[in-house]
Write a protein that binds this ligand. Structure first.
Ligand SMILES: Nc1ncnc2c1ncn2[C@@H]1O[C@H](COP(=O)(O)OP(=O)(O)OP(=O)(O)O)[C@@H](O)[C@H]1O
Ligand SMILES: [Mg+2]
Length: 271
């Protein structure tokens, strides 16, 4: 059974349609990238698949997440699906973190939820071991210090690693990453991307990866959907999209990526 089947998804704000009939599917363990310029509808598409649209927006069409219809369901009915089936990492890790709660307590929440779901009793020693395990998995140095720190006491890269640890600790089948590295400096961006790539492989997760950056998306995804003005204008393998784009809009994205590459690495010639 497909993990995610999106059919003719629309998102509307009153009478304004923001996402126009997007369809795609994702099998367990598959990686799909959504790419497109700012405002093209990537985040709304991803949030609609989790039933997480902001107030005032509504979704139409059909989204089957692990066999369950998401569109039209009440928020309360979707709570079990979030975390257990799909977890999200946002561009700004502060969105996932409570500024008034120590990082260790925040990481404890998904660990406890998972244990409850699996009917396991969790001693304080088990909890501590799981917290350290997940911080190790996201390559955080000195886990004990991070566990007793407040969000503002750690770096942006460390905050994003904790947010990733919280998403993974739920043991989801699907990870949705919405511009997870955009807010980080360039070297941290590359580290976090490599980390995500490794974790998704090791944990056997499916990935819906969103970015405006085509080279980043094609590095981490197998299949890519290009969005423009709320429409999916091109779909293909990451290699095809990057090396032989068919749609004029995608060709523009590829040219822009190449120009940026040339500006960053002058003298290396066109690749
Ligand atoms: N809550 C909202 N109410 C009304 N319009 C919205 C709302 N959220 C987003 N939009 C509009 O919907 C369109 C798609 O927004 P979306 O956030 O999906 O874009 P995006 O592709 O994720 O862009 P970015 O790369 O900047 O994150 C934009 O035109 C945006 O202004
Ligand atoms: Mg967005």
């Amino acid at each position: 059974m497909s993990l995610l089947t999106v059919r003719d998804l629309t998102v509307t704000a009153g009478s304004r349609e923001l996402v126009h009939g997007v369809s795609f599917g994702l099998e367990p363990g598959e990686r799909l990238g959504l790419v497109g310029e700012s405002g093209s509808g990537k985040s709304l598409t991803a949030m609609a698949t989790m039933g997480l649209l902001p107030p005032g927006l509504s979704a139409g069409g059909s989204v089957l997440l692990d066999g369950q219809e998401v569109i039209g369901r009440r928020d309360r009915e979707l709570v079990p699906l979030r975390g257990a089936t799909a977890a999200v990492i946002f561009q700004d890790p502060r969105a996932a973190l409570d500024p008034l709660m120590k990082l260790g307590d925040q990481l404890a929440a998904p660990i406890r939820r998972r244990a409850r779901r699996e009917g396991r009793r969790l001693s304080s020693g088990d909890l501590r071991a799981a917290q350290i395990h997940w911080l190790d998995r996201v390559s955080i140095n000195d886990p004990p210090r991070i566990l007793s720190a407040w969000p503002h006491e750690v770096s942006g890269g460390q905050r994003q690693r904790v947010a990733i640890a919280m998403a993974l600790a739920c043991a989801p089948k699907l990870l949705i990453a919405d511009e997870p590295t955009t807010a980080l400096d360039v070297s941290t961006q590359a580290e976090v991307l490599t980390l995500l790539d490794d974790l998704v492989r090791d944990e056997g997760l499916a990935l819906l990866f969103i970015s405006h950056d085509l080279p980043v998306v094609s590095r981490i995804s197998d299949q890519v959907i290009v969005m423009e003005k709320g429409r999916a204008v091109e779909k293909g393998s990451a290699t095809q999209i990057f090396t032989a784009p068919r749609h004029a809009y995608t060709q523009g994205l590829v040219r822009a990526a190449r120009r940026l590459e040339a500006a960053l690495h002058p003298g290396e010639g066109a690749r």
